[in-house]
Design a protein around this ligand. Structure first.
Ligand code: MOS
Length: 690
């Protein structure tokens, strides 16, 4: 594949350009899903199951229907029948079965949100309750191997463990965690003769369109999904969840009238997925100098009994370190719970916690510096596949991070530094995330009124897509950014893949490059008004030949109060090798956003399930703690120049997720250095040090 936009000067890519949607956002005029002004909307509030498992015998809705302003109570009795698309989570109100507590079993439609909410409280539901089981444990006897992750074994890990002079064999755990984007999931659904219009908070308008069209048996052309601005998603707005289906079912009962649904923060903990808890047995076998002879991870995760989702936490162990003996396994516990889903860096984020803490334990056991230990175990090719890396600069990230962080003066002995009653330590961990590309995008370029109008149904979930796609289009056309008018966030635009797997910028950007090239070939540099061209995302044959990943190094300073166990993280510093950086300002926000979420994971986030009630009991931001400004002191993200000619025409790798990967391990490793106490479970709270 040719290098970056070879025939044009690259003026906009790499420039520190402020968000093109920034003024609209800070003036409150950027329209989020719930804010679209439509005539005479009705409001929807879900009815949620208060048993964990069973079936609804009967609804008593008399009191609810007597509330002034109530229009309709929606249940499985009057909901439209949906097509079976093989996704039980989306079969909303299709039967009387209850598969998890909090499941949507109905909804009230009313003239005001207050009336809808009050009426829901007055609905009496009689259940036939069955016994339930929500206990997550690696000791369960009914764990199974999911079809998408067969055991992966190279060599003989058990043999390596038995004969190695140094071994590490510990179990690490990460808890259930919930996505809490600033904007809760919300929908406005309008059902008219022409079809269904959805104003939706989503990571992908076209995937919403195709899924909803299938469910409701409509031609996709009759479904329109609009999402110009989205207040975060982190994966929870990638796959569809029940609320959007519920809103469309309700809108069908009120043809012509917009139906508005905004989840409460508490409903977010029941209805839009979460990160599965993981239990990770990590085994490392090594020579005395730290060179690995074996590496293994056995992952246990949970899924819903009625819908399978696998948190692929073993994945990064395929990529990270050289070792002749390797074993990666996944087991699932199927429970009476809501289905887990994507949460920022699914797989890699929890899956780099156990192994990167274990590497720190190995460094201690061998008396080798933890930066040096990782350098010693650099593979020449991708360990599990044997393919060459398109580029791999983990060592450069570790070296550059060590230099910037001031690692060279570190006394490796734990519990040596005490300042004003605080034990102080530093730690490091590596980071990685695959460089993907999603198929299916098309972009159009049209010249009109002196501007290049670039259209693609991409989603900006707060990442900066509005801005970076404008930059990419400008360079691909060889014009200033001011000559480009971008349109995204609407399924009436050419089809776009999802904002997920850190693939948005590279998939849409490469598509825009192809469309710009097609435009220039056809119309030259002085196009007539109305000149137009479009192109789809070209195949990249290099994807078969090379292993493509971004890498990073995370450094942390941690203070643990010697008397109270209170933990503080005064410094976090990440250095990333993520290919070409399209916009340093929005990229930095992505990296530090990920690192902040990693800090949050390290110290706070923990969804607590009460096995008696089968639900998360700390289901709001008062009790489910996330990092706040006071947690973040000195947070730095840097990157190294990385030219990768193989990944895509931009030479860019995804950056939305790598920032969270490895952060929690670096913090836990720093806490060990501070205190001599090895924490192997998250979150790392003060009781670990008392
Ligand atoms: Mo991201 S968790 O792949 O949407």
């Amino acid at each position: 594949m040719s290098g970056l936009l070879e025939n044009t000067s690259t003026r906009a890519i790499g420039a520190d350009i402020g968000r093109v949607d920034g003024p609209a956002k800070v003036t409150g005029t950027a329209t989020y899903a719930f804010e679209h002004q439509l005539n005479a909307p009705a409001y929807l509030h879900p009815i949620q199951a208060t048993v964990v498992r069973g079936r609804v015998r009967e609804f008593d809705t008399r009191d609810a229907e007597a509330v002034p302003g109530v229009l309709t109570v929606l249940t499985h009795d009057n909901a439209a029948r949906l097509a079976d698309i093989g996704d039980a989570e989306l079969a909303v109100l299709q039967s009387d079965e209850v598969a998890h507590r909090g499941q949507v079993i109905g909804a009230v439609l009313a003239e005001t949100p207050e009336a809808a909410r009050q009426a829901v409280r007055l609905v009496r539901v009689h259940y036939e309750e069955r016994s339930h089981d929500v206990r997550f444990s690696a000791a369960r006897t009914d764990l199974y191997t999911p079809g998408e992750a067969e055991d992966d074994e190279q060599g003989d890990l058990a043999g390596a463990m038995a004969s190695a002079p140094v071994t590490v064999d510990h179990t690490y755990t990460t808890p259930m965690e919930h996505n809490n984007p600033m904007e809760p999931h919300s929908t406005i659904a309008v059902w008219e003769d022409a079809g269904l219009t959805l104003y939706e908070s989503t990571q992908g308008v076209h995937s919403v369109r195709s899924t909803m069209a299938e469910l409701f048996g409509l031609d996709p052309e009759r479904v329109r999904v609009i999402a110009p601005h989205v207040g975060g998603g982190f994966g929870s707005k990638g796959p569809l969840h029940p609320p959007v289906v519920l809103a469309a079912l309700a809108a069908r009962l009120l043809p012509g009238r917009p139906v508005k649904l905004a989840l409460t923060r508490q409903q977010m903990f029941d209805l839009v997925g979460y990160r599965s808890p993981t239990i990770q047995r990590v085994r490392l076998a090594a020579e005395p100098d730290g060179r690995l002879t074996g590496i293994g991870i056995d992952v246990t995760a949970q899924t819903a009994r009625f819908k399978e989702f696998l948190e692929q936490a073993g994945k990064p162990t395929e990529v990270m370190y050289a070792a002749p003996n390797r074993r990666i396994t996944h087991r699932l516990a199927a429970l009476d719970v809501a289905p887990p889903t994507w949460m920022r860096a699914p797989g890699e984020c929890p899956g780099m916690f156990g192994p990167e803490v274990a590497m720190d334990e190995l460094a201690v056991a061998c008396g080798v510096d933890p930066v040096e230990l990782r350098v010693r175990n650099e593979p020449g090719t991708e360990p599990a596949s044997g393919r060459p890396f398109s580029s791999r600069n983990l060592v450069a990230c570790l070296r550059e991070g060590a230099r910037r962080f001031g690692w060279q003066d570190r006394d490796p002995e734990p519990r040596r530094r005490m300042e004003d009653g605080w034990l102080v330590g530093t730690g490091v961990a590596a980071s990685t995330y695959p460089t993907g590309q999603m198929p299916g995008s098309v972009a159009a370029v049209r010249f009109e009124d002196g501007h290049y109008h670039v259209r693609i149904g991409a989603a900006d979930i707060g990442t900066g897509a509005w801005t970076v796609l404008t930059q990419i289009a400008a360079d691909a056309l060889g014009v200033p950014v001011t000559a480009v008018r971008l349109r995204i966030g609407d399924s009436s635009l050419p089809s776009a893949s999802l904002a997920g797997g850190s693939t948005g910028t590279v998939s849409w950007g490469s598509t825009i490059v192809a469309a710009a090239q097609a435009f220039r070939e056809r119309h030259g540099t002085a196009p007539a008004d109305g000149a137009e061209a479009r192109a789809g995302l070209p195949d990249n044959p290099n994807r078969e030949r090379y292993a493509m990943h971004a890498f990073g190094a995370q450094f942390a300073e941690v203070r643990v109060h010697a008397d109270t166990g209170e933990v503080r993280v005064p410094r976090l510093l990440g250095v990333f090798a993520a290919g070409r950086i399209v916009n340093p300002r929005t990229a930095r926000s992505q990296f530090i956003g990920g690192m902040t979420m990693g800090l949050s994971m390290a110290l706070h986030e923990d969804s607590v399930v009460d096995p008696r009630f089968g639900c998360v009991v700390n289901h709001d931001l008062a009790e489910y703690h996330i990092a706040a400004n006071a947690d973040v002191v000195d947070l730095q993200a840097h990157w190294i120049d990385e030219a990768d000619p193989y990944v895509n025409p931009l030479g860019a790798k995804g950056i939305g997720e790598i920032g969270i990967v490895g952060t929690a391990a670096a913090i836990v490793n720093a806490a060990y250095h501070a205190t001599g106490v090895r924490v192997r479970e998250l979150p790392m709270t003060l009781e670990h040090f008392l």
